[in-house]
Design a protein around this ligand. Structure first.
Ligand code: PEP
Ligand code: MN
Length: 338
């Protein structure tokens, strides 16, 4: 249920409404927008329906939320969410570029890679310390030691860092070392992991499951918001279809759909969508043209030496040229890339 408050509602009235909702064992989530304050009420729909909430002072209207995802829905928050991380705004006017290798490859290496990313003009550094590999015999990542290397790379370059967390037990240690926690495609419906990242106060980059529908994707984001963490960024990254000429099928078409259905920012991954480096820039342009707030690409000074996903990893000059072209696309769309 959605309680829309009057424009001139007082803080005492808001507090009274919140107390009333809690007294019914329901959960109030207050969103203060530019125009209006809205309270989303989560809980037993029957209990909510029986309450004459319209009668409370400060309430303008009470509506049902039609979508199964409530806190994620643009119905409950008309203003778009902007997520701030170390001075970078995800979901604002500026297109955000995240770049870096698939994996953390060592201390010296990760610092070199982060320096290349900073020099390219990208805003956020990526690299995986815990790697979800299809084969148990493939390189599994540096784990906690890799997190320490990432913290050093951040200290050296000043770039905020995103890395994947695969296990609910690692959420604390990952959050201690990096700025954004990534949930990978294989874990999009690992509900225990989603609940755990829902309890922290750091942004979460939630990748779309490779076979997940848009509704399932948004319900996974709802798990995180329902635990209190509203700093979620949605990440389309290609889906599995009958087509096997590319690693996945580019799901640029979902960008305007999820931006209509949800207020959350959208940052897309063209590298895992295409799986081949020559196609990554074009896929990045398509995502940005479709309305993405940014892209995350795998980049490495020597892609042929990368510990994982070298075939889809672009080099430094390609990253620079790609960013330049994305800037032109951004400006054509009344956005920018600075
Ligand atoms: C990654 O970004 O390194 C990764 C493993 O991505 P995905 O979960 O989308 O496959
Ligand atoms: Mn990868």
């Amino acid at each position: 249920m959605l309680i829309v408050l009057k424009p001139n509602v007082s803080q005492e009235e808001i507090d009274h409404i919140v107390d009333k909702i809690r007294s019914l064992s329901l959960e109030p989530h207050v969103s203060t927008g530019v125009q209006r304050t809205i309270i989303t009420v989560i809980g037993d729909e029957d209990v909510i329906r029986e309450q004459p909430l319209e009668a409370l002072a400060g309430v303008e209207s009470v509506k049902s939320i039609l979508k199964p995802f409530k806190l994620v829905s643009s119905e409950t928050q008309p203003d778009r969410s902007i997520i701030r991380v170390n001075g970078v705004e995800i979901g604002g006017k500026n297109i955000v570029i995240v770049a870096g290798p698939c994996s953390v490859e060592g201390e010296r290496e990760v610092i070199e890679h982060a320096q290349m990313v900073r020099e390219s003009g990208a805003h956020i550094f990526r690299a995986g310390a815990f790697k979800p590999r299809t084969s148990p015999y493939s390189f599994q990542g540096f784990g906690v030691q890799g997190l320490k290397f990432l913290a050093k790379a951040k200290a050296e370059t000043g770039l905020p860092v995103v890395t994947e967390v695969m296990d609910p037990r690692d959420v604390g240690v990952v959050a201690e070392h990096v700025d954004i926690l990534q949930i990978g495609t294989r874990n999009m419906q690992n509900f225990n992991l989603l609940k755990e990242v829902g309890k922290i106060d750091k942004p979460v980059l939630l990748k779309r499951g490779m076979s997940a529908t848009v509704n399932e994707f948004l319900m996974s984001a709802e798990y995180i918001l329902s635990k209190g963490n509203r700093k979620v960024v949605l990440c389309p990254r290609g889906i599995r279809t009958f087509e096997d000429i590319t690693r996945n099928t580019l799901d640029a078409g979902v960008v305007p759909v999820i931006k209509a259905l949800s207020h959350l920012p959208v940052l897309c991954d063209p590298s895992h969508a295409m799986g081949l480096k020559d196609y990554v820039p074009a896929a990045a342009y398509a995502f940005v043209a479709a309305g993405a707030d940014g892209v995350m690409v795998e980049a490495h000074p020597r892609p042929e030496d990368a510990h994982s996903d070298g075939q889809q990893t672009i080099d430094g000059p390609t990253l620079i040229a790609m960013i330049d072209r994305i800037r032109k696309i951004a400006r054509a769309l009344d956005r920018d890339l600075r």
